[in-house]
Design a protein around this ligand. Sequence first.
Ligand SMILES: [Zn+2]
Ligand SMILES: [Zn+2]
Length: 450
Amino acid sequence: MKFTDLNPHGGIGANCSFCQVGPFRFVIDSGLHPKYAGNESLPRHDRIQPGTLDFILLTHCHLDHLGSLPLLARLHPQAPVFLSYPSSILIRRMLSNSLAVMKRQRSELKLPELPLYGRSDLSALYDRMEIMPIGEPMIFEKDGQEMEITAYHAGHVAGAVSFDLKYEGKHIFFTGDLLFNDLRTLEGAQLPRHPVDLLVMETTRGVSERPAGQQREAEIVRLLQDIRKTLKRGGSALVPVFALGRMQEMLVVLDEARKNKALPPSPVFCSGLGMDLVNHIHQISQNFSRINFSRKVLRSLGVQPLPRRLQPGEPLPMQGIYLVSSGMMVENTPSYMLASSMLGDDRNGIFFVGYCDPSTPGGQLLQGQPGEEFLFEAVDLKEKIRATIRQYDLSGHADRDELLAFARSVSPRKILLHHGDPEARAWFSSQFEQNDLPVLDPEPLIEYEV
Ligand SMILES: [Zn+2]
Ligand SMILES: [Zn+2]
């Protein structure tokens, strides 16, 4: 296989892998870099001659995998786009939200190239989507050659899949984003364990060691205790979440805790995209046994929309639990605005349940010390850090030891590192080298023959 990582910044960012296997030319995922905007956030689609892809595969609907797919599809109008059934539902909501955000950013960030695509690009893409089966091979033919591609459940988020590509008797396994643990709303990955020749593996958690006692359930208990303490002392709890997946999971966690009396009654507020996705994931769960989610949780918890007239830095009009995006408290999102109102009051708590890139406001707040000033640059406001700030390890990605064990179980002849920061990849490299497993950490934009 010839492999080129088209994500120019390396790390996680704008996932986009250009692969050539025999006569077949295809791309897996086409994302946007969450830390950049406009052209800066794009993968280098220009490295592929327009109109030459045979097909495009999508692993799942997080924007770092999906956000630039309409552009790639426009450059390759003949290439069908294969995705799972849940992704075929979620893609529409995620991309129309992405388009709305880009339109807003056009004036906010003064980027004339925004929005990067329009409604007509989206409908052209939707017309070319093909739902792929899971666990059953699809057969592709070109120039008298055959390739088999099988999608497997990858856990992580509704609809996420890994791919097994079989060509001339050899297997290439592409993990995509992966979670082995079952969540309350989603069953964990179910991968084949046959030997593979080449393993392309995500490495997100290469630097996060999970200490004993910090298992997922223990982390949920710790989070619920902190929310309870916060509410008891008259404060509000802000839980920044990713709208897709994490928000729905946390709704179920809160509902369960409320029913078990682990949380006192209090209003729960949610916002925008995550609330819409509640309906989509409910709909998918009716036809997809691995997703266990009902929108009844909204009524059971008494979820309310965000109070109107929230002003940056002004005290909140109502005490409660605020479950809102973005998970990394990115500028001008509901979690960012709410944090500006909550940070200066020591009764409040801000509780991160996912990874925050260190350069995002969420990541910066996590590095701050109590009593220090924190700048909300986008709203030109400084607040002293008085609220409790905590983070819980509830990652949607497999632990590094689980990934190592998986890699060993499929005895690959070579491993290609993917979807991880440089330090995370370095950890995996050294582990594999110690085990005499040939490993490659590809540089962006360089074609490797593997
Ligand atoms: Zn993901
Ligand atoms: Zn990802």
